[in-house]
Design a binder for this molecule. Structure first.
Ligand code: ATP
Ligand code: MG
Length: 177
């Protein structure tokens, strides 16, 4: 697949909106390397400590950013999955996955998250924090919000592919119908 053009895609969204479910499938369909930021943080130890109140690690942005930038240099076709981090690289596209509040609550409850963590994520979803983070990285015309909770993962992927093909037809030419 070396002949395929470079393409940098960022799948972001609040916890539980379906980033990993959608991004892994999308990466297969579009022949992109898949990179999950949480895994990278934990495997490489890119954290400063643990925030008990937020029940999550405190990410060392500096280490994480420089690691991602060096991966981007090596892998020209990449699908990032995670919260937005302040990268210099220009992404072709950012997809902000959205989810209606009741569905999101159900997903987070089924993970056994504590009530405060669920409420913090619901609030972030209501305020559309992920979109506001995304517009810090690239112009808004290359950011698309996609609600996924009324569709299957494959339907969501097809929707995203159709959006990408309208904006970047050359990226998909030759291997997607
Ligand atoms: N249409 C859908 N798209 C994505 N996920 C869905 C969909 N329908 C149901 N789900 C379920 O919602 C959950 C989403 O979890 P997932 O791990 O993909 O979210 P995430 O955004 O990656 O979370 P985190 O930020 O914690 O990594 C999964 O259990 C998945 O099976
Ligand atoms: Mg995930």
């Amino acid at each position: 697949m070396n002949h395929l053009p470079p393409f940098l895609l960022y799948i972001t969204g609040v916890t539980g909106t379906g980033k990993s479910s959608v991004a892994t499938r999308l990466a297969e369909l579009l022949f992109l390397e898949y990179l999950e930021l949480n895994t990278l943080v934990l495997e490489k130890g890119f954290y400063l400590g643990y925030d008990i109140n937020r029940d999550s690690v405190i990410i060392d942005d500096e280490l994480l950013v420089s690691s991602i930038e060096s991966i981007i240099k090596r892998k020209k076709r990449l699908c990032l999955d995670g919260g937005v981090v302040p990268l210099d690289s220009t992404f072709n596209f950012i997809i902000v996955l959205r989810c209606h509040v009741d569905t999101l609550r159900g997903r987070l409850l089924s993970r056994g998250y504590p009530e405060e963590k669920i409420e913090a994520n619901i609030e972030a979803e209501i305020m559309n924090i992920a979109y506001h983070d995304a517009i810090e990285l690239i112009p808004s015309h290359n950011i698309v919000e996609v609600f996924n909770d009324e569709f299957s993962v494959d339907e969501t992927c097809n929707q995203i592919i159709s959006i990408i093909s309208q904006h970047h037809p050359s990226v998909l030419k030759g291997f997607i119908n």
